[in-house]
Design a protein around this ligand. Structure first.
Ligand code: PHE
Length: 376
């Protein structure tokens, strides 16, 4: 026979002695209390509640006890672990609150600091002026239309009644763009648009049925050298109105309205006969010099720098839309008529602000743009 089972005394299992459990608990509480920050607390947590912590190991011993001893040992360990978790949660709350308070102070934003040390950018006067001109027409019910800068030769020239051998089509005037098919550049049929007039044809084709009232601001290209009065990249604004019964009088009235809106009341325009393939009749339009109002003419005592004492400032081209253009764009010239005009924005800006050198407008120097204001 085997010897009788010795009744089990939990006190004999070293790790489960009451004073041992108490010691483990107190060590854990002391470690939490000593943790100065959240990192230290995380370490203390692993050491005193993790799977290899003394209390977890002691807990494992319980399984080996005989049934009658388990309950008491389990209660003792459970109470100790409960106290440890409670102390951990309390310490965590304290340290988190401390951290939040510190972050609020350390990361505070001083709203009284100056905010404008980096100068704000400004839009270029060409852009703002072009928009101002477009606005004059938008206020009259015109729509803003845009077209591509890399344009089909057909829109830039053919649709506008330029004959096939028109000198403007030559490479010394027009930038041709090499086509993907490897054809010679001047046969590619693709150009950098030389004026905004191709948007006239696009607008008519898009709408199909008049009335069409559009204003087309945009960038255009010609093979000019950059100097004080020329730039190979410049800006135009184009106007096109096609409706029933439009006449030259409507064109004249529209021009007068525009210059008065931009240069002041009483500024008049005049038309001089000219030629454009896409308008018939065509004219060049001038406006009365808005500075001297013509008073410098024949008056050496009052020379005018703005108009060179001419009394008039040339603005651009205009005319009644050539019926051939209407036909090319699918509009019946028997039923509809139209007028168009276009002028260069750079030129206009030169007159309006006495800019003497066009190069100033393309160099992007803020010392030039700043005096125009900080419209952004
Ligand atoms: N497209 C012409 C140019 O660039 C200007 C113009 C526009 C003339 C509309 C008549 C009508 O010179």
């Amino acid at each position: 026979m085997s010897a009788p089972n010795k009744s089990y005394d939990p006190v004999e299992v070293e790790a489960l002695k009451p004073e041992e459990i108490e010691r483990m608990r107190d060590e854990a509480l002391a470690a939490f209390e000593a943790a100065a920050d959240l990192d230290a607390l995380t370490h203390a947590k692993t050491a005193h509640t993790g799977p290899t912590s003394p209390l977890s190991l002691a807990n494992r011993e319980i399984g080996a006890l005989p049934p009658q001893a388990k309950a008491e040992a389990g209660k003792r360990v459970g109470m100790a672990r409960g106290a440890v978790n409670k102390a951990l949660a309390a310490r965590l709350a304290v340290l988190e609150a401390e951290r939040d308070e510190r972050v609020l102070v350390e990361e505070a934003v001083d709203v009284t600091l100056p905010y404008d040390r980096v100068p704000a950018g400004a839009r270029h006067p060409l852009t703002t002026f072009m928009e101002r001109v477009a606005d004059v027409f938008v206020a009259m019910g015109y729509e803003v239309a845009e077209g591509p800068e890399v344009e089909a030769e057909w829109f830039n020239f053919d649709a506008l009644n330029f004959v096939p051998d028109h000198p403007a089509r030559q490479m010394q005037d027009t930038f041709f763009v090499q086509g993907a098919d490897g054809k010679k550049t001047d046969e590619s049929g693709v150009v950098l648009r030389t004026h905004t007039s191709p948007v006239q044809a696009r607008a008519l084709l898009e709408r199909r049925e008049p009335p069409v009232y559009v204003v087309c601001p945009g960038r255009v290209y010609r093979t000019d050298e950059l100097d004080a009065t020329h730039t190979p990249v410049f800006h135009q604004i184009e106007l096109l109105a096609v409706d029933e019964g439009l006449t030259m009088a409507d064109l004249k009235g529209t021009l007068d309205h525009m210059v008065q809106a931009l240069f002041g009341e009483g500024v008049k325009t005049r038309l001089r006969p000219h030629y454009f393939p896409f308008t018939e009749p065509s004219a060049e339009m001038d406006m009365v010099c808005y500075v001297c109002r013509g008073e410098s003419v024949g008056n050496p005592d009052r020379p005018c720098r703005t108009c060179g004492s001419e009394g008039w400032i040339e603005l651009g081209g205009c005319g009644m839309v050539n019926p051939k253009v209407l036909t090319a764009c699918g509009v019946d010239p028997e039923k509809y008529s139209g007028f168009a005009f276009g002028f260069g924005i750079e030129r206009m800006l030169m007159f309006r602000h006495n800019v003497e050198d066009m190069r100033d407008m393309v160099e992007g120097d803020v010392r030039f743009t700043r005096p125009f204001g900080m419209e952004i």
